[in-house]
Write a protein that binds this ligand. Structure first.
Ligand code: ADP
Ligand code: MG
Length: 567
């Protein structure tokens, strides 16, 4: 046997067989279907043909039939070599067509070779195979059809299975690719936030120092300038601008996690309850504010004012996202995340957390917005947006080793979820150094109420430089609310004698209801008031005349604080 013709539509099968046989010194030709094989054989007849069954164009059976009818070819042995999924009937049918051998894959190479040789020898010595008689043609087609249909069905099943495996494989690859891409994006996002944070922190820090100088100079200049001077109004403008810039840099510092913090162990439910009134007012009448406090909430350790920052910013955003009527749901609960929990927020370390979520029924946000949400100055609000709200929240959460995630859907609104680590009693040293100004001298807290915001600021600054903790308000309502929601003691109320809405003394009485130790210091704006107010002073009441020097203020405050509390 010198030349062999192999027919198979599968290139891999062809290659394998070709390699195998040519290693045994046989010259191998190949064809990928019956038509090609016939053409090649008629051109140059081989010593034997080995054919697959199912092939496009002319299949193996049709080829065998033509082969055995062809005068030049019928004396060349025809061997079927076919894959699994083979029915005994296939062999019967093949032999009935005149095939000389029917070999089912897989066969060991040696065995295959010996089978082929055996076939050739049989052929040489043996019975010539009769070609099918023309009378049997109908029979042939019936058998041929049923065999082919069955084989096609098998092939279909095979293909379907292969397809299923392939689809599964593609899906798995896609999943892995998505996961990889997500991790990559997460990394880029984290690096970006880190870089922006560093830049914002650097700018805010240097800027704040300069602002301090601008503000200090303006304050002093105002103290010395005559209010009737033209320059007075100009300096006031400088001061207003400096204050506004100060607020901006404060938010940037919060984002950069450089905000001074005074951490306390606190229960988030209580902290939120204390803020509800403010939040209600912030949300407005059209928004239903619902609080769902989780039971037995674990404590967290953070600066209470940071809870305020988180809630006011998230609620303000929720309000802005709601056109007309809507709902904001604030919810708390304990969460344990183990290694198998779905990783939400992304990258969260397994552990015990207190979760705070704020959900609104607002407009939701576009995908584009989601990727820039926490960057400072990212805003979609044309008029009143600063883009610093979420940057502040982000900074606060990170400063407290927490995590934040957002789910937004234009139909269902937005949910922010914040995970704060459970406080377990072991107090870690704070990562942020507490600047001196926030360490309160003697832990005395002053509530400052005056209807002139700029004077409130000046006084606040002076008091803070004396290391008092200062709460300030421009209306009695705001002051009462502050007194109600402030976690600690209030030691001193500094107020105008007469506020537009209320007398200072009445305000004092209301605050005393809650803070029994509070003392009172009156102040007033203009000398012309003094004569009027003097008459109103009761026994033991102390009055500070405006404008005052820092010394005046320091002396009066410590004088009042030394006095026994008034009944
Ligand atoms: P600002 O409120 O000043 O625009 P923020 O940092 O608070 O800045 O928010 C940034 C942007 O994020 C908003 O302009 C808005 O597009 C989007 N956003 C924040 N919160 C929500 C929310 N609850 N619903 C829809 N969009 C929101
Ligand atoms: Mg905002």
């Amino acid at each position: 046997m010198n030349r062999l013709l192999i027919v198979d539509d599968n290139q891999q099968n062809l290659y394998m067989l070709q390699m195998l046989l040519s290693n045994k010194g046989i010259q191998v030709e190949s064809a990928s279907n019956g038509t090609e094989a016939l053409e090649s054989a008629r051109r140059d007849p081989p010593d034997m043909i080995i054919s697959d069954i199912l092939m496009p164009g002319m299949d193996g059976y049709a080829l065998c039939r033509v082969w055995k009818e062809d005068k030049r070819l019928k004396n060349i042995p025809f061997v079927f070599y076919t894959a699994t999924y083979t029915d005994p009937k296939d062999e019967d049918f093949a032999l009935s067509l005149g095939a000389d051998r029917f070999i089912i894959k897989p066969v060991e190479p040696e065995k295959l070779l010996s089978l082929l040789l055996e076939t050739r020898n049989n052929f040489k010595t043996g019975k010539p195979v009769a070609a099918p008689k023309p009378a049997e043609k109908d029979e042939f087609y019936v058998g041929y059809n049923s065999v082919l249909v069955r084989k096609l069905e098998d092939k279909m099943l095979q293909l379907e299975e292969a397809n299923r495996i392939l689809e599964q494989d593609i899906a798995e690859r896609k999943l892995a690719e998505n996961e990889r891409q997500k991790l990559q994006e997460q990394l880029i996002q984290a690096q970006k936030m880190e870089a922006i944070g560093r830049m914002a922190g650097g700018i805010a820090h240097d800027f704040n120092n300069m602002l301090g100088v601008i503000l200090g100079c303006a304050e002093l200049a105002l103290l010395w300038a005559n209010p009737t001077d033209k320059i007075y109004a100009l300096i006031k403008e400088i001061r207003v601008a400096a204050h506004r810039s100060g607020e901006l840099t404060r938010q940037l510092l919060a984002f950069a996690r450089k905000q001074p913090v005074d951490r306390k162990v606190l229960n988030l439910n209580e902290a939120i309850a204390g803020m509800l009134k403010i939040l209600h007012r912030l949300a407005g009448e059209n928004i239903e504010l619902i609080l769902r406090s989780g039971a037995d909430l674990w404590p967290v350790r953070m600066d209470p004012s940071q809870v305020d920052q988180i809630l006011t910013n998230l609620c303000a955003n929720a309000r802005d996202a709601i056109a007309g009527k809507g709902q904001v749901v604030i919810e708390t609960n304990n969460v344990v995340l183990d290694a198998t929990s779905s990783r939400q927020p992304e990258g969260i370390i397994p552990g015990e957390y207190v979760r705070l979520s704020v959900r609104d029924t607002g407009c939701g946000m576009a995908k584009e917005a989601l990727s820039h949400l926490f960057e400072p100055f990212f805003t979609t609000k044309e008029i009143k947006g600063t883009g610093l709200g979420l940057a502040t929240v982000y900074g606060v959460v990170k400063q407290n080793d927490g995590y934040i995630s957002v789910i937004s859907d234009s139909d269902k609104g937005t949910t922010f979820e914040i995970y704060l680590p459970r406080h377990t009693g072991i107090t870690k040293k704070d990562s942020t150094p507490v600047p001196e100004a926030s360490v309160t001298h003697g832990q005395k807290t002053v509530l400052l109420v005056k209807d002139e915001p700029q004077l409130v600021n000046l006084t606040r600054m002076m008091l803070e430089s004396m290391e008092y903790q200062v709460l300030s308000a421009v209306t009695p309502d705001e002051a009462i609310l502050l007194a109600e929601t402030h976690g600690g003691e209030i030691h001193l109320l500094i107020t105008d004698m007469v506020l537009p809405e209320m007398k200072g003394r009445d305000l004092f009485k209301q605050i005393k209801n809650r803070h029994s130790q509070v003392r009172l210091l009156f102040m007033s704006g203009y000398t012309s008031d003094v004569s009027d107010t003097k008459g109103l002073l009761e026994d033991g009441e102390i009055f500070l005349q405006n404008p005052f020097s820092m010394d005046d203020l320091a002396t009066k405050v410590s004088e009042v604080l030394k006095k026994p509390t008034m009944s």
